[in-house]
Design a protein around this ligand. Structure first.
Ligand code: GDP
Length: 430
């Protein structure tokens, strides 16, 4: 196994830069840079780092040694906490490059080694990637939970139950009970049904975990001039949209990213829905309709002089804008004024409540990727077949397929072809 090294903190000027070295030569590399023995395991020690060839001073910083197997990768790992100047980092990286049997790490290679050494399962690897990408609090909570094994444990728990069922089915094949034929399903059926119900409930989550990971879409819809762009600007607290009193100025879909109660939201202002005159505007209307159709939540806007809530569907938030002009606000409608800011707090509270209820962090670990969903569907389908079967060897084969589908999610079985896809998204140093 080769020894790899990389800058693990972000590149560029910074107070501190962290370099990681992993592999059998990690210890020797640290000794070569410091000219003395490695610090006690997992204890930070102040060291002077010099170029092993020329003896030139490179930096003074902290060194840590994590002996195998109690390290992130499961191999010997060395961490250098250097001053985060470009020349310092370049100098130490080039000194490492000149040491025998050391090479720069490929993207995601530290994490890949951690996976291959059984330190993380695939769902934990994905959780780690999501944690690094998390932009909002709810995303962070979900990613951290997954990185700490909540999904992996759920799936491995189901897989262990499947393996026990499989053992029963195989025992039946090897030692058939001649006197009671067809007894197998009577014995295994209830447990197969329980597993199936658990997986079905987990699948029936409305895509909540995936939505939280990717961000949800909120569309502002309504006829021209009711103040949709003005409302978007208010919510975004900056001038994101062009506001004009000439009907049909928002010709395309304009969006801002917001953090609503910890959930990442893309708020899209859409071209006014009306009989469009020009071709460009017609295209805008088409896109607006499509966007509104896809949105997870819609804000339907009307004003005292224009629009109504005919478009509104159950679950939409209904807004009457321009209440500063004086108008009656119907029941079930939130009265706002993008001009004065009146009612904006009510709108924000309503948004936070709806978004939080539907997409906030839930009590149970959730599916966060299509990959998991596919594996679970495959598993559930095999369980249905197993529950309907009567031949012991066919039941056993379906149970085996069900277990394998779960094993692929956590990376327990034949995942070679998946690994490149999963680790490709990692950057160097992870
Ligand atoms: P959109 O076409 O629905 O996006 O509407 P705009 O945001 O472009 O606004 C259309 C016109 O209504 C502009 O002249 C705005 O200044 C005006 N407007 C927007 N919100 C309000 C409001 O709350 N009160 C008043 N009086 N005028 C508003």
């Amino acid at each position: 196994m080769e020894t790899i090294y990389a800058l693990s903190s972000a590149s560029g000027r910074a107070g501190v830069a962290v370099l990681r070295v992993s592999g059998p030569r990690a210890r020797a590399a640290l000794e070569a840079l410091t000219g003395e023995g490695v610090p006690r395991p997992r204890m930070a020690a102040l060291r002077r780092f010099s170029d092993p060839e020329t003896g030139a001073a490179l930096d003074r910083g902290l060194a840590l040694f994590f002996p195998a197997p109690a390290s992130f990768t499961g191999e010997d790992v060395v961490e250098l906490h250097l001053h985060g100047g470009r020349a310092v980092v370049t100098g130490v990286l080039s000194a490492l490059a000149r040491l025998p049997d050391l090479r720069a790490a490929a993207p995601g290679e530290f994490t890949r080694r951690a996976f291959e050494n059984g330190k993380l399962d695939l769902t934990e690897v994905e959780g780690l990637a999501d944690l690094i990408d998390a932009e909002t609090e709810a995303q962070r909570v979900q990613a951290l939970r997954q990185m700490e094994g909540a999904l992996g444990q759920l799936y491995e728990g189901w897989r262990a139950r499947l393996v026990r069922l499989l053992a029963h089915a195989e025992a039946e094949i090897d030692f058939p009970d001649e006197e009671v034929p067809g007894d197998l399903i009577a014995k295994l059926g209830p447990e197969i049904a329980r597993l199936q119900a658990g997986i079905a409930a987990h699948l029936d989550d409305g895509g909540r975990g995936e939505r939280l990971r990717d961000g949800i879409e909120v569309a502002i819809v309504g006829p021209p001039n009711v103040g949709k762009s003005s409302l978007l600007n208010r919510l975004a607290r900056r001038e994101a949209a062009i506001v004009s009193d000439e009907a049909g100025t928002t010709r395309d879909v304009l969006e801002v990213r917001l953090d609503i109660g910890g959930v990442p939201v893309t708020l899209a202002d859409t071209a006014g829905l009306r009989e469009a005159a020009g071709a460009v505007e017609r295209e805008g209307v088409r896109r607006a309709l499509e966007r509104a159709e896809r949105a997870d939540l819609r804000l339907v806007v009307a004003a005292p002089d224009a629009g109504d809530f005919a478009l509104a569907r159950p679950g939409d938030i209904r807004l009457l804008n321009k209440i500063d002009l004086g108008a009656e606000v119907p029941a079930g409608v939130i009265g706002v004024s993008a001009a004065t800011g009146a009612g904006l707090d009510l709108l924000e509270a309503a948004l936070a409540e709806k978004v939080g209820l539907a997409y906030g962090v839930s009590e149970h670990p959730l599916i966060t990727r299509a990959r998991h969903r596919e594996g679970l569907r495959e598993c559930a389908a095999a369980l249905v077949r197993a529950g309907e079967g009567s031949e012991a060897d066919l039941v056993a084969e379906d149970l085996r397929l069900a277990a394998r589908a779960l094993g692929r999610i956590t990376g327990r079985v034949d995942v070679e072809e998946l690994l490149d896809v999963i680790f490709r998204d990692f950057c160097i140093g992870k």
